[in-house]
Design a protein around this ligand. Sequence first.
Ligand code: IPM
Ligand code: MN
Length: 355
Amino acid sequence: MTTGEPVPGRSYVIAHLPGDGIGPEVTEVARGCVDAAAARRGFGVQWRHCALGARHYLDTGEILPGEVLEELRKTDAVLLGAVGDPQVPPGVLERGLLLALRAELDLYVNLRPSRLRAGVDGAVARHRPGDFDIMMVRENTEGLYAGAGGTVHRGTDFETATEESLNTRAGVARCVRYAAGLAAGRQGRLTLVHKTNVLTHAGDLWLRTSQEEAEAAAVTLDYAHVDAACLYLVEDPGRFDVIVTDNLFGDILSDLGAALTGGLGLAPSGNLNPARTGPSVFEPVHGSAPDIAGTGQASPAGAVLSAALMLDHLGEREAAADLDAAVSGVLAAGVPAGTRAWENALLASLTAVPA
Ligand code: IPM
Ligand code: MN
């Protein structure tokens, strides 16, 4: 597909959920980039604004009202900025909004690419662009994030708190199946990261399931304990192609991946419903960063790369590649000084020569 008029049917309804802090600033730039790529590649985008997050909660007491969730279900995708504010106690929005969206929309894969781009200083000085290109696939609805557990005898010496890790065969299998399929389209190397030597029950389920899914997808399966995986990511990240892991390990490993590739400001994520029974949710990994909100310093790169993942998921591969290449091009030319400079450079790239 090259430039041209929108093809009937190639039009998407996308919910824009800017949230708090720097969320609105960075998603505004990402929206502009999506619109520019849409114009270039000949498809249409209708944005639906959605006010959720800390500000909305403090103003109205609402976290994720049922009607809003139903509206979100009708969209093709959701672009989310960031939610959170120091005035809201920890857990309220994380559980009530972010994890609730993952559960309600069945976003069972959290896809987090980790690739060092030219012009970026990763945390490890000897790493060079091209040394590694990793897709981290984090299970996104189960494990320790499923919400099982509780507190009894609160406030006494016998207070007991439990957090239980839930691992269902169906839940593990569908996540690993996605990762194995992804690996099959790449270098064909899948690495399961877990802690099978200590977490023997869940580890055994993950390992057996991974062996089955890797065989079915005809990819090679490697295994690393999560502690060793941290070491390998720093010392020899090139050994990884696609990593599949549980919810908590994936949360932690993907921040390490972000550090290796220039920090959280550059890190994108896709909360995917690969079964496509509803929209997927795309968000930069960085938070709301209230300390720099409104100062014009925020980098929109994580949001733009998340929008690229969104376009790819929608099947707009060329537009996705446009956004990805625009970010790489801007970084290679020297990291822009602030949000506006980023926006100008990205739009210059996206509106330059018709593809
Ligand atoms: C992330 C964040 C979230 C997560 C929190 C805020 C719920 O840390 O996107 O990595 O654990 O997924
Ligand atoms: Mn995290």
